[in-house]
Design a protein. Structure first.
Length: 374
């Protein structure tokens, strides 16, 4: 970070995975953050009639149909952080409120909402793990937008994997974005021309939009509410989880297996819980409790581990026996957090997100999260 204002786009978005006619269909990576985590390393290449996905240069990742049903629950993604230094993006003008349905991504827990950008309607991922909204290259072409290239010297990033192509990004001033009765004007979004979103996804709605509202999410009824900011009701203050901001995303204290608290980023775009190797060691997760997996990040393949957490507690809310992925990621190091709390925790609750916005800043200074068990 330098003395200039920095805009951080932090993307943790879920993987699309489904079974069709006994083959595993692996969708294209979404915004430099998709990965495939396979339960056992020995199955990473299987000969025969299998589905294939190109990874990096002249590499393929093949999955045997016979092991799909045993590994489908262990598909995971890891993220990337893109830092644009010296750019001061204007805050969009946001008006209105909305109560709208959302759709879960195929086979996943993260979800999308339908919005209209200019004259084009599309599906957008709702992602508290993205500080800045993203627009898909296909959507850019359909709308005939002409963006401003981000100078390479201003673009630094931390990603997963060992092979990373040169990353190219454009800034786009978008036409009016409408989400039901919500109108977003003057939104500046990022396009990454070297990455591909899954077919049918037009972009990602990040904290530059979401932090203007009280956000209510009900996974049971699949309903999203974007409401004008209001104070926390006095009857709920004791139960509200305090949130702090780091690089445009929200952090909270989380206890794991009765230890902590530890600092986690809260991410509606993440399917699972992710923890650092350091935290896994602090929790005394033994080698026998860990299962080796391979994960595909934006920059290729790297190794990680799969394990189970006996207790996960945030504020007054606790769940047991939740799966986690253990990895050494520059994402966690850059954010200086112990892990990422994803939808395998959050989707067990109706969520009420509130953000306190300082006029001099583009991101909320802090906020709160109230959870109600479903």
């Amino acid at each position: 970070m330098n003395k200039f204002w920095s805009v951080i786009a932090i993307i943790f978005s879920s993987i699309l995975c489904q079974i069709f006619i006994h083959n595993l269909l692996i969708s294209k990576p979404i915004i430099f953050s998709q990965n495939l985590a396979l339960a056992n390393h020995k199955y990473s290449r299987v000969r025969g009639n299998t589905a294939k996905q190109n990874i990096g240069k002249n590499r393929e990742f093949c999955v045997s149909p016979e092991i799909v049903e045993n590994t489908i629950h262990k598909y995971r993604k890891i993220g990337a952080i893109v830092e644009l230094e010296g750019l001061n993006l204007p805050r969009p003008k946001v008006t209105g409120k909305a109560t709208i349905p959302f759709q879960f991504l195929t086979g996943g827990k993260a979800f999308t909402v339908t919005a209209t950008l200019g004259k084009k309607s599309g599906n957008f991922l709702l992602d508290t793990g993205a500080s800045t909204s993203i627009i898909a290259t296909e959507t850019v072409k359909e709308l005939g937008l002409i963006g401003k290239p981000v100078p390479q010297e201003l673009l630094t990033y931390a990603v997963a994997g060992d092979e990373c192509p040169e990353m190219k990004a454009n800034l786009h001033r978008l036409p009016v974005l409408k989400i039901d009765n919500v109108k977003v004007e003057g939104l500046t979004a990022l396009e990454f021309t070297t990455t591909i979103m899954p077919e049918g996804l037009s972009g990602v709605l990040g904290m530059d939009i979401l932090s203007n509202f009280d956000v209510e999410i009900n996974p049971k009824t699949q309903e999203l509410k974007l409401l004008p900011p209001t104070p926390i009701p006095s009857t709920n203050i004791d139960d509200a989880i305090p949130l702090k901001t780091k690089l445009g995303v929200m952090l909270a204290e989380v206890e794991i297996n009765g230890k902590g608290p530890f600092i986690f980023m809260l991410d509606t775009g993440a399917e699972s819980i992710f923890i650092s190797q350091k935290l896994a060691n602090q929790l005394n997760i033994s080698a026998a409790e860990r299962q080796e997996i391979r994960v595909q990040g934006f920059c290729g393949i790297e190794m990680a581990e799969y394990a189970s957490l006996s207790k996960v507690r945030m504020g007054n809310y606790q769940l047991t026996n939740l799966e986690t992925v253990i990895l050494s990621s520059p994402v966690l190091k850059l954010l200086e957090v112990d892990g990422i709390l994803g939808q395998n925790f959050l989707n067990n609750y109706q969520q009420y997100w509130q953000f306190n916005q300082k006029k001099s800043e583009n991101f909320p200074a802090d906020g709160s999260l109230l959870l109600i068990p479903l």
